[in-house]
Design a protein around this ligand. Structure first.
Ligand code: NYM
Length: 212
């Protein structure tokens, strides 16, 4: 399945606070999709492998300082530099499971006090996800999960603001999973939602752009 010229893959985005389980779940999802015979790839933003990504990584680990607007635009540029590859992968039938996307960009930067509309602007024209799954966890619970890794933003008060911003961004089309459920429950719910979405895309749902 997948790889057929006439059917495209789905753009699936996982969002949520730090330590909500996105990374584990997106990896499991890709393994499960492949096991079922679908062509699927795991992507993540920031993509720390590019030259822009390296600047972002150094900022996140507090090795460098950048103006809030500047780093916001770099996060966005890091998505733009992957846009054409993203489009060609999807068109060739590969489903992309993306660990964080534009919503992280807006939710984190606006938690620093930047205007939300300003934050959304550079994302206009990026590919719109076919499905956004929000892994919902209270910030206090996320903080208990083995502690934060010491990167910038991994602080309870900041994560509370980010959580509020996600609520502002959340549209009725988002699917929400209780991230406090067992890993297996989350995995199962996620897979069901994604298979549904993959099917809709294969049946001819057109690709669209943000912010739609
Ligand atoms: N982050 C991530 C942003 O502030 N803006 C963005 O556009 C994206 C994609 O980077 N705390 C933040 C959220 C995370 C951090 O993510 C790195 P991860 O998933 O821990 O590597």
């Amino acid at each position: 399945r997948g790889g057929k010229e006439d059917s495209r893959g789905a753009l699936v985005v996982l969002e949520g606070l730090d330590r909500c389980g996105k990374t584990t779940q997106s990896a499991r999802l890709v393994t499960n999709l492949e096991r079922l015979g679908y062509s699927a790839e795991l992507w993540r933003f920031p993509d720390r492998t590019t030259s822009v990504g390296k600047i972002i990584s150094s900022y996140l680990s507090n090795e460098s300082q950048l103006d809030d607007h500047t780093i916001h635009l770099l996060f966005s540029a890091n998505r733009w530099e992957k846009r054409s590859l993203m489009e060609s992968k999807l068109k060739s039938g590969t489903t992309l499971v993306v660990d964080r996307y534009s919503y992280s960009g807006v939710a984190f930067s606006s938690a620093k006090g930047l205007d939300i509309e300003w934050c959304k602007a550079p994302e206009i024209g990026l590919l719109a996800p076919d499905l956004v799954v929000y892994l919902d966890i209270p910030p206090e619970k996320a903080a208990e999960r083995g502690g934060y890794g010491g990167e910038r933003y991994e602080q309870l008060e900041f994560q509370k603001k980010v959580g509020h911003n996600y609520q502002v961004l959340c549209s009725p089309t988002w699917k929400i999973i209780d991230a406090c459920s067992s890993m297996e429950d989350v995995e199962e719910q996620l897979q069901e939602m994604v298979l549904d979405c993959v099917k809709t895309c294969r049946e001819g749902k057109p690709l669209s752009c943000l912010w739609s």
